[in-house]
Design a protein around this ligand. Structure first.
Ligand code: PAF
Length: 288
């Protein structure tokens, strides 16, 4: 595994790969790798000649009161995990190299970025879109892989790549879960044992919602009530939002149609967790 720690060296290496007509599969991460990231690497290994992973804790996607300084970092551990998953190139730039003095260019994917998590994390998706656009410019991937756990992020990046003709295919891969259903996240390490146990209500309430819809429930209000009621039973969990939205425009739906994203964000203790499912309703449940 090649480790590249500067933007200019990575750009040079990308040019070499392109000259050799090697396809590039890209997994952008903020490190503290877990099974979710490694599953994306495995997908890249399957579809592309070269698997490139970036590790960069992107300061501009954290709000002033968020956990940028506290965000877990362990490069040695990440390096080992990336190597064992078969990453070919690990790109590990510094903040100074990515955002040198006088940096001035940002990417905003409008409308989609203010929905769901965007409402309580203003500026977050502008930071994400900007860094991913920069990384795409440096790595020039054929395919980039994102986890469904951050479905809004993947939908925004897909829109950005289409709107800006970036020539990269965006693949959204399934959420990886612990055996008891908790969606795997770097932030799970912040949870106490009791909070971790309460956090299970997120995946369980989504499961319940999925069950209701699969059995014909088309009224989003009823499904939202079922989710909210379950979550409210857990004292350490405070809902930020629960939403049933279209998967293309992220707008809340009046009726549950062919495909919806059911998304939850909640504080478990002091840790903000997100989870979601995408439900493709049975044809018989689609209103005319
Ligand atoms: O999902 C993440 O880890 C980050 O938001 C990303 C896509 C690497 C951009 O910093």
């Amino acid at each position: 595994m090649k480790i590249v720690d500067s933007v200019s060296r990575m750009s040079t290496f990308t040019r070499l790969l392109k000259k050799e007509a090697k396809t590039i599969g890209f997994v952008p991460t903020m490190g503290y790798l877990h099974e979710g990231h490694l599953s994306l690497v495995r997908a890249a290994k399957k579809h592309d000649d070269t698997a490139v992973m970036s590790i960069f804790v992107n300061p501009i996607q954290f709000g002033p009161k968020e956990d940028f300084d506290k965000y877990p970092r362990d490069f040695k551990r990440d390096e080992e995990l990336a190597r064992s998953a078969g990453v070919d190139v690990l790109f590990y730039p510094s903040v100074k190299d990515m955002y040198p003095h006088g940096y001035a260019t940002y990417v905003a994917v409008e409308a989609l970025s203010s929905a769901l998590c965007g409402a309580s994390r203003p500026g977050h998706f502008k930071g994400v879109a900007t860094v991913v656009a920069k990384l795409f410019g440096i790595v020039r991937p054929d395919i980039a892989y994102f986890g469904q756990k951050d479905a809004q992020q993947a939908i925004i990046i897909k829109k950005m790549a289409e709107d800006l003709h970036m020539g990269v295919e965006i693949k959204m891969m399934p959420t990886i879960r612990e055996p008891d259903g908790l969606a795997i996240s770097s932030r799970n390490i912040y949870l106490t044992d009791d909070e971790r146990s309460d956090a299970l209500v997120l995946s369980r309430s989504l499961e319940r919602a999925g069950h209701l819809i699969k059995h014909g429930e088309k009224n989003p209000k009823k499904v939202l009530t079922a989710i909210n009621d379950m979550i409210k039973e857990k004292p350490s969990v405070k809902i930020d939002y629960v939403s049933i939205a279209g998967t293309k425009d992220l707008k809340e739906v009046d009726t549950i149609g062919s495909e919806v994203l059911i998304a939850i964000a909640a504080y478990v203790g002091r840790t903000r967790l997100i989870d979601n499912i995408i439900i493709k309703a049975a044809l018989s449940a689609i209103p005319k």
